[in-house]
Design a protein around this ligand. Structure first.
Ligand code: MLT
Length: 325
């Protein structure tokens, strides 16, 4: 092959690499946003809100890829090993912090293998049951769960998931062991709850408020100290004297480690515009979820939030003797 041709080909490749590293041509094709829980759940709902908003600001389609299983670690590993070019993103919450404490052999590290783009949302959880659960109010719910323990089934999205953490807090607070039924997300869990195949689920409001309002499931308590504006008639769990509940679930957006900084900056800018979108804020608020403030939709804020969750919630699971494998 003539030297001249080789030089020109090498030159073209060099220029293309430089262009990609500079992010000048980003994005020039569809972006994939992995949601490591099943479709139809609270995480999926939140991910689709941001995929829709960010694609407007980036001018490129964003497709949501629900790669579920193993408490979100399968989808997370998929992004960790993907090309760090800005076209493979991960939307995830507390399980990014808890999985490192849960799994002995996790195929990634939540900090070392990812570049944070920014926080997206925060939101409360609510304790819901199948429609014919035999309790007229929160006090009767607590009494029934305490009296029937292992005969009561508790659905969740896998060890270390938000729904599992909330379930753990409930079991610790009521000093009872329930029959845990894991799913690939609380979307499928909710389907079984509506069908009466499982008794209790503690889930994020973005997955449950519509089903409570439509009467398909019953809500007994907000899983924290405050009532939910969207379900004002539902008491806070602390109203029944149950302590130890203080859970709020926050989603954040990550790219694989080594993504070019100009590309990360564009992704953070699109996320910040999205959290500022009134349409996004109102859509989330209707589900009881808050978009974070623009300054929280930053790599620094997400990095600090993740460290705090690794130190606190990971510790809760270790103290509870919970392991995934
Ligand atoms: C969980 O942690 O419970 C998940 O967010 C549920 C889901 O999004 O499917």
């Amino acid at each position: 092959m003539p030297i001249r041709f080789m030089r020109s080909t090498f030159g073209v490749l060099l220029a293309a690499a430089a262009l990609q590293a500079s992010g000048q041509d980003f994005p020039n094709r569809t972006i994939t946003m992995v949601m490591p829980y099943a479709a139809g759940g609270p995480g999926d709902t939140i991910t689709r809100v941001f995929a829709g908003a960010m694609q407007k600001h980036l001018g490129q389609q964003i497709v949501v890829d629900n790669t579920a299983g193993a408490s979100g670690s399968i989808g997370t590993a998929k992004v960790a090993r993907s090309k760090p070019d800005g076209y493979n993103l991960l939307m995830i919450h507390v399980s990014h912090a808890t999985n490192v404490a849960m799994y002995k052999s996790l195929p990634y590290h939540p900090v070392d293998d990812f570049d944070p783009i920014g926080r997206a949302t925060s939101g409360p959880m609510v304790i819901v049951t199948r429609n014919d659960f035999p309790a007229k109010n929160l006090n009767e719910f607590v009494a029934y769960v305490k009296a029937n323990g292992p005969k009561v089934s508790l659905a969740h999205a896998g060890v270390g998931s938000a729904s599992h953490l909330c379930g753990l807090m409930m079991m610790n607070a009521l000093n009872v062991k329930l029959n845990e039924i894991p799913y690939k997300g609380t979307g499928p869990a909710l389907t079984d709850l509506m069908g009466g195949q499982v008794d209790i689920l503690c889930d994020q409001t973005s997955g449950t408020v519509p089903s409570v309002k439509s009467g398909k499931i019953k809500a007994y308590a907000a899983a924290g100290k405050a009532r939910l504006p969207q379900l004002p008639e539902v008491p806070a769990i602390t109203d029944a004297g149950v302590e130890g509940f203080d859970i709020n679930i926050s989603f954040g957006l990550y790219a694989p480690k080594g993504t070019p900084k100009p590309v990360l900056a564009q992704l953070t800018a699109a996320l910040q515009k999205s959290v500022g979108d009134q349409e996004v804020r109102q859509r989330l608020e209707s589900m009881g979820i808050s978009a974070v403030s623009v300054d929280q939709a930053s790599p620094e804020a997400l990095r600090a939030h993740l460290k705090n969750e690794i130190d606190t919630l990971g510790g809760l699971l270790v103290k509870a003797g919970v392991k995934a494998n």
